[in-house]
Design a binder for this molecule. Structure first.
Ligand SMILES: Cc1ncc(COP(=O)(O)O)c(C=O)c1O
Length: 356
């Protein structure tokens, strides 16, 4: 497949001279550093020293990610959460007021929000009732101005993997950029698309450390793509987009893959248990199959149930206003104690006591 991201790039970015930081101009580690207007004495009020700017290209973190994901460091972009590459991809490839992105609702809300912030149009091709792709619909919605197709597998908020054959079909058929967001892939019985990255120059795979790795507060998202796409993202990103504490915590965390795998196994065990327990509750009308660390359930009165649970100090997500999610609450799998608290509160819900 021939695809050159530079032909898709917004014209004014082709010759953009990106900011050259102090750490771009001198990359050595030794010396007396008087080039970045940093404070030489250390950091006020904390024991650790954060007075130096971090590595703008996060080389050591990327080496660690490369090893775990079995992918070249030149195919990795690191962002302040995966929300950052979502925004950067739109900014790089979509002309405001002219171009569009395709989304397949119900899906993760940030694709639409980021497009909106950038004054980029949205073409929505809803998933079918089984939360799978309308492949023909996506193809017929495709035009020269639909620059990015955002797909999410396992999908949020529905929790299911998208059929792989359909994703392959769209990777072949969609002429522009295909983003597959795999924020929840570590929980799924599937290796995702990283092993296929080299076959599709128009593919960007997004992953994050916020879920399986338990590092949502640290903010580290990953975009995997051809080196040509990564160069473009690096050119338009803020110079020091990954903070020094984040880089050092992530380096430490990535050294312990087993700890991540143990947590994933525990969460999956809890998920199975929770599904069984929820299925036994009369108010739970349906539990949608999930390949993630959350599940969508349907109840007769979602808003009232949501509020009742809050009153019991159990917070879930009301998704009942979302397309195809009528009656649905999204529940993240917690620890056994948290899941028991949820079940205890759910068992107290008495539908007929809700005022209509
Ligand atoms: C599908 C999906 N993609 C991306 C993100 C954002 O993750 P991050 O914390 O890396 O910004 C989320 C967060 O919930 C998500 O559900």
């Amino acid at each position: 497949m021939s695809f050159d991201p530079n032909t898709l790039l917004r014209k004014h970015l082709i010759n953009l001279k990106s900011y050259s930081s102090a750490r771009d101009e001198y990359t050595g580690k030794e010396g007396v550093f008087l080039d970045a207007n940093e404070n030489p004495y250390g950091s006020a009020g904390v024991r650790e020293a954060y007075n130096r700017y971090p590595d703008p290209y996060q080389q050591e973190v990327k080496q660690a990610v490369a090893k775990i994901k079995n992918i070249g460091a030149e195919s990795i972009f690191l962002g302040n959460g995966s929300d950052e590459p979502i925004d950067l991809l739109i900014r790089a490839f979509c002309d405001p007021g002219k171009d569009k992105v395709i989304t397949v609702p119900p899906t993760y809300g940030m694709y639409e929000v980021s497009a909106g912030i950038n004054d980029v149009g949205i073409v929505k091709v809803p998933l079918n009732e089984n939360f799978q792709l309308d492949v023909k619909g996506v193809i017929s919605a495709t035009g020269s101005d639909t620059k990015i197709l955002f797909l999410c597998s396992p999908n949020n908020p529905t929790g299911n993997l998208i059929r792989k054959e359909d994703l392959f079909t769209l990777l072949h058929e969609f002429p522009n950029l295909v983003v597959i967001d795999e924020a929840y892939i570590d929980f799924a019985p599937d290796a995702g698309f990283l092993p296929h990255l080299h076959r599709f120059p128009n593919l960007v795979v997004l992953q994050t450390l916020s879920k399986a790795w338990g590092l949502a507060g640290v903010r580290l998202g990953m975009a995997f793509a051809s080196p040509e796409i990564i160069v473009i993202l690096n050119r338009i990103k803020p110079p020091y987009n990954i903070a020094a504490p984040t880089q050092s915590i992530v380096r430490e965390a990535l050294g312990n893959v087993l700890a991540k795998e143990k947590m994933v196994a525990d969460i999956l065990e809890q998920k199975n248990w929770l599904e069984d327990q929820l299925a036994a509750l009369p108010i739970v009308q349906h539990i949608y199959p999930s390949d993630a660390n959350f599940m969508l359930i349907r109840v007769p009165k979602p808003k009232e149930t949501y509020q009742f649970l809050i009153d019991q100090k159990v917070i879930v997500r009301d998704r009942s206003n979302v397309m195809h999610c009528h009656g649905c609450l999204r529940i993240t799998v917690g620890t056994r104690t948290e899941n028991e608290a949820l079940l205890k509160a759910m068992a107290l819900v008495k539908e007929d006591s809700f005022v209509n």
